[in-house]
Ligand binder design. Structure first.
Ligand code: XMP
Length: 326
């Protein structure tokens, strides 16, 4: 039997009851596969790795070692949420690594998008590999592979994400959600008790805010981007748009324009809002955000975020514009 093929008889998981049945079955399978050995998981805090973590904690508890690498390019509050949910609430064996300085030092003065992506992807593997080597007796690597990753092997993740572990770091794989579609992974995550803010998250690229802080990343501009993005997300939450819009974020280009603040000249960066709808990320349309909300977001960002003096709304569909700017 091809274990990478979803059986035609497999019902779509939509209810908590179906999710519980799936969870029980996977818990038994993982226990049979792993026995009393140890499993390693790179926990980004994204939907797929979070659901796999919660499932494996249920199945094998402390035999799962989660490693969360904070590359300094996370959105506001994200790494904190990973620690809160997995270490504090689920009592997971979690290794938290703040590698912000390593990443930002390497990225200093690097403006070319592909180079930035390669540095971030390569360094991520390096940090994870270093941590893995410090651990003893790990036989398995868990991954949040989902069914679209398998059927579209040239799909979004495979296309964008760089690399894999070095040749001499080969583990047996544990991939408990590999036959599930994204919506099913979310239902399973909810049944496992993960917070909605984690399982209903919009897609977030592996290189994180690194592809939204355009050009050579500086700490002050990255910080402005993170704060402006947090305001956008908060306002979308208040307006209920978080439930309907597929992906929304801020990009901040490496350019300044002249403005006035408190009666004085104030040079700052523009914050560019991107809010798109799509089903497969191959093409995308633009969300029609009410003007009143755009004004509110503009007022808040320009008042609350140091260094931003304009807010722009990107009206470009995909194609011609990609969803991300880099
Ligand atoms: P583009 O910019 O190509 O993005 O229109 C399509 C979708 O892919 C996401 N994206 C990534 N996802 N790793 C990922 O897992 C990445 O490096 C990456 N880059 C872009 C993007 O956010 C959008 O949803």
């Amino acid at each position: 039997m091809d274990t990478n093929k979803r059986p035609e008889t497999m019902a779509r998981i939509q209810t908590q009851e179906q999710a519980n049945e799936f969870i029980d079955q996977q818990v038994a399978e993982v226990r049979a596969q792993v026995g009393d050995r140890k499993v390693l998981l790179a926990l980004s805090g994204g939907v797929d790795s979070s659901v796999v973590a919660a499932l494996l904690i249920k199945a094998i508890g402390k035999q799962l070692v989660c490693v969360h690498v904070n590359h300094g390019l996370m959105r506001k509050g994200e790494s904190e949420q990973v620690v809160e949910v997995f270490q504090n609430q689920l009592d997971a064996n979690l290794i938290y690594i703040d590698a912000t300085d390593r990443f930002l030092d390497l990225l200093k003065d690097v403006a070319e998008p592909e180079k930035k992506r390669k540095i971030i992807g390569g360094e991520f593997i390096k940090v994870f590999d270093e941590e893995a080597r410090k651990l003893e007796g790990i036989d398995f690597l868990a991954q949040g592979t989902i069914y679209p990753d398998i059927i579209e092997s040239d799909g979004v993740k495979a296309h964008h994400n760089v690399g894999g572990l070095p040749e001499d770091m080969q583990f047996e794989l544990v991939e408990p959600v590999k036959l599930l579609y994204k919506d099913e992974v979310r239902v399973v995550g909810k049944a496992l008790g993960l917070p909605a803010s984690m399982v209903d998250r919009q897609p977030f690229p592996g290189p994180g805010l690194g592809v939204r802080c355009l050009g050579a990343i500086t700490r002050d501009r990255l910080n402005a981007l993170r704060e402006a993005d947090a305001i956008l997300r908060e306002e979308f939450d208040y307006a209920g748009l978080n439930k309907t819009v597929w992906q929304y974020f801020i990009a901040v280009p490496d350019m300044k324009s002249v403005g006035v603040k408190d009666g004085k000249r104030y040079e700052g960066w523009p914050a560019i809002i991107r809010a798109v709808n799509t089903t497969d990320a191959m093409s995308a349309t633009i969300e029609e955000i009410p003007y009143s909300l755009l004004h509110k977001i503009t007022d808040r960002i320009t008042a609350e975020v140091d260094g931003i003096n304009r807010v722009l709304y990107d009206l470009t569909p995909k194609p011609i514009g990609t969803i991300e700017w880099e």
